[in-house]
Structure formats: structure tokens, C-alpha cells
Design a protein around this ligand. Structure first.
Ligand code: URA
Ligand code: SF4
Length: 216
């Protein structure tokens, strides 16, 4: 994990560091998700944003396009950001794994959650992105991202909406429900999940505004 990034440390600017990381990801074979991918999905948005959003991993649409959150969950993510007048160009958006996790089911490939070993194998890239982008605020989208970034014992239903200072300081992290989870809810559960996410994004936005004001 240390040596992987030696070549991108040093005096280069963050866009060069991120481009180098993206290049490494594009040819990565550190886990078996490399075997079935069409495209790696590195990130999108503003590498200078104080706000980083971290999802779970590419699905079918993201694997096909190489871009994060382009399917139905992505549309909902746009709506969530729009609720506080943000667009995905205002944030840095990535995932805990950069290749699609899928399982064969009845002759077609179905998205699945990434396994612990896959998340661990991919973590150096996420760490590299965090070191390059230096976000002040991280919003984890869903339990797997929260377990990876905040605490391995994170419980999304219990702990979402709370602020956590990451070790090393200077980064505040929160988790909210994943947009795809919200889309799976029905009736009163759907209303409840939406209210929670809308409340969380307001709090994240307030913190983001504070950072922008401090930067002047
Ligand atoms: N879900 C995620 O977690 N990430 C994506 O990029 C797309 C869907
Ligand atoms: Fe490499 Fe991450 Fe893709 Fe696994 S998921 S092959 S570690 S880029």
C-alpha cells in the first residue's frame, strides 16, 4: 500500500497525481473484479472540491460507460444534490471499488456488493484519491462506504446522519443511505428514507458552505 504510490508522490500537482492513479486503476489486476470489467470507473467531478462523495462501486451502466452513478441511482443522486443547489460538477465523486462486482444469475450478470477482500484490494486507490483531493467533508453513500471510511462496525440505520472526525483530523465524514437503497423502499419506508437523506444532505451542505467561507 505504501509503495504503490511512490511514483506519484512528490511535487506534482493533484491533477497529475489523480491522472496517474486513474492510469494505474485502468490496468489494475489487484483483485478478481478485473476479470469481467468492461471499464474501470475512477471518479468524476471537481478534484478541488472540499466535498467528496463515496459510493459502493460501479454497476452495469457505470461499467459500460466508465463513469460513476449514471444509472437510476445516479439520477436520484442528482436530485439529492439539487436539493441544496449542488451539481455533481461541484463535488468529487468516486466509489470504494473501481470495477463492477457482478454475479451470474439465470444467464445474465447481476450487480452484487463488493466483497471485503475486493474493497481492501482497492482501498489504496481511494486513499490516494483522498490524499490528492484533500476533502474537508466526505459523504459516504451507503453502509459499505461508511464501513470502509468511517468505522468497520458502522451501522447505517443507526449511525447515518452523525458526524465523525477521521483519524488524522481535518476531515469530517458522514454517511447517508445509498440512493439505490432509497429506490428499493416503498410506501412509508420510502418517505422515511427520503426524509433522512434530505436531512443529511442539508447538514453536509452547511458544513461545505462553512469550508468555502473559511477559504474566502
Ligand atoms: N452505485 C454506486 O455505488 N456507485 C456507482 O457509481 C453507481 C451506482
Ligand atoms: Fe483493481 Fe480495484 Fe478493480 Fe480490484 S476493483 S481490479 S483492486 S481497480
Amino acid at each position: 500500500m505504501e509503495s504503490l504510490f511512490e511514483s506519484v508522490e512528490g511535487g506534482e500537482n493533484r491533477e497529475e497525481r489523480l491522472a496517474e492513479l486513474a492510469r494505474q486503476v485502468s490496468v489494475c489486476t489487484r483483485c478478481d473484479l478485473a476479470l469481467n470489467r468492461t471499464n474501470t470507473v475512477f471518479a468524476s467531478g471537481d478534484p478541488y472540491s472540499p466535498l467528496m462523495l463515496v459510493g459502493e462501486g460501479p454497476g452495469e451502466n457505470e461499467d459500460a460507460t466508465g463513469l460513476p452513478f449514471v444509472g437510476r441511482a445516479g439520477k436520484l443522486l442528482d436530485d439529492i444534490l439539487a436539493a441544496v443547489d449542488l451539481t455533481r460538477q461541484d463535488v468529487y465523486l468516486t466509489n470504494i471499488v473501481k470495477c463492477r462486482a457482478a454475479v451470474q444469475e439465470g444467464g445474465r450478470m447481476k450487480n452484487r456488493q463488493p466483497r471485503t477482500g475486493e474493497i481492501r484490494a482497492c482501498n489504496p486507490y481511494l486513499q490516494g484519491q483522498m490524499e490528492a483531493v484533500k476533502p474537508k467533508v466526505i459523504l459516504c453513500l451507503g453502509g459499505p462506504a461508511a464501513k470502509t471510511i468511517i468505522d468497520k462496525d458502522f451501522k447505517i440505520t443507526q449511525d447515518r446522519g452523525k458526524w465523525y472526525e477521521l483519524p488524522g483530523g481535518e476531515i469530517w465524514a458522514m454517511a447517508t443511505f445509498h440512493p439505490a437503497y432509497v429506490l428499493r423502499q416503498r410506501g412509508e419506508d420510502l418517505n422515511r428514507a427520503k426524509r433522512a437523506v434530505w436531512k443529511d444532505i442539508q447538514n453536509v451542505y452547511a458544513e461545505y458552505q462553512k469550508v468555502l467561507e473559511e477559504r474566502g
